[in-house]
Write a protein that binds this ligand. Sequence first.
Ligand SMILES: NC(=O)c1ccc[n+]([C@@H]2O[C@H](COP(=O)([O-])OP(=O)(O)OC[C@H]3O[C@@H](n4cnc5c(N)ncnc54)[C@H](OP(=O)(O)O)[C@@H]3O)[C@@H](O)[C@H]2O)c1
Length: 352
Amino acid sequence: MSALLQSRASGVHRRKVALLGTGTVGTALLARWARLQRASSLGDFDLQEVRNTRLRWKSAAGLDAAALVATAPAPAREDAFDAPALGEGGIVIDATASDDTAAQHAAWLAAGLHVVTANKSGIGGEFARYRAITRHSDRYGDSATVGAGLPLLRSLRELRAGGDEVIAIAGVLSGSLAWLFHAYDGMRPFSALVREAGRLGYTEPDARLDLSGEDVRRKLLILARAAGSPLEPAQVVVESLVPSPLGALSRRDVDAGLHLLDTPLRERFQAAHRLGRRLRFIARFDAQGARIGLEAMAPDDPLALGGGCDNRVAIWSSRYRERPLVIQGPGAGAEVTAAALLDDALRLTRRA
Ligand SMILES: NC(=O)c1ccc[n+]([C@@H]2O[C@H](COP(=O)([O-])OP(=O)(O)OC[C@H]3O[C@@H](n4cnc5c(N)ncnc54)[C@H](OP(=O)(O)O)[C@@H]3O)[C@@H](O)[C@H]2O)c1
C-alpha cells in the first residue's frame, strides 16, 4: 500500500483543493461541492482556498463551500496564489478564462499537483503550451473545456488508443451560436436575438466574443489535438460574424451597433432558405485543414438537428468511416460544467 493510501486509510491525508474563479461556473461548483459533501461523495477533499481577481478565502482547516459568503474574504492582492502550498497531490480547479492562470498549468503539474480546468487557454492555446501540459496528462482534467463534459475528448482519445485514425471532426461547438441559429428565422432581426440570448445568459456580456468564433477556435484546437494533430491557432481559418465597424466599437457602444449584423445575416439566411437549407456555425478539421464559419446545411444533416444550446459533434475515424459517430447534448451551462470539473477531480485522484 502506498504511503498516500496508508495515510488516507488512517484518515490522516486530506487532499488540498483550491478553486480559482467564482463566476457562473465557480459558483455552481461551490453549490455542487456542498451537495456532494453532504452526501459524503467528496471523500478526502479539503477546500483550502477560493479566489477571484479581487478576493480570496482561505482556511487551513478547510472552507465550508455551502457558507463561503459567511466567511470573511481578504483582498486577493494581499498574497499571490501559491499553488505548491497545496502539497503534492493537491488540486487546482481553474474556473476562470484567464490566460495568466492557463500559463501556470504546466508549472503546477510539474510541481506534482493535479489541474482540473474549464479554461480553454491551457490546451487550446499555443501548441508549445499544450505539449508542456500534456506531459502530465494523467493529472490534467480537461473534459469541461469542450462540450462542458460531453464525452468528446474521452471518445477521441479512446478511438486513438484503440488503434483508430481520426479522419475528420465537424461540429457545432458553441452553445450560444447553436441557440442563435436555431432561433433565427429571417423574420426577427438577428440583433434582437443576440439581445435575447444575452438576457438568457447564453452569450458573453460582450456578444462579439461569441460571434467572432474565437471561442470556437480554441475548442476546435483542443479536439484536433486530441485527434493527434499538432495544430497551431493561426492554422485555423475563422470566419467571424462580426462586421469590422461593429468590431471597432468600444464595449459601451456594442449594443447600439448590433443592428450591423442584421443585413448580412438576413442575406445569408435568404440564400440558404432558397435552397431549402439551414444556417449553422460549424467547426471542421480534416485533411484539408481546420476552418470555422457559417454553413448552409441540408435539414437532415446530423449537425443541423438538435435544439437549444446543444453541441453536436460528428467524428469520422477508421471504424466510423462511412457514417460518423455523433455526440450531442447540452454543451454549455454552469451546472454541467461544474459537474464535469468535479467528475475530473474525482476520477484523476481515484486512480492516483
Ligand atoms: N459559463 C458556461 O456555461 C461555461 C461552459 C463551459 C466552460 N466555461 C468556461 O469556464 C470558465 C469560467 O466561465 P464563467 O462563465 O464562470 O466566467 P465568469 O462568470 O466571467 O467568471 C470568471 C471568474 O474568474 C475569475 N478570475 C479571472 N482571472 C482570475 C485570476 N487570475 N485568478 C483568480 N480568479 C480569476 C473572475 O474574477 P472576478 O469575479 O474578480 O472578475 C471570475 O470570478 C471560462 O473559461 C469559460 O469559458 C464556461
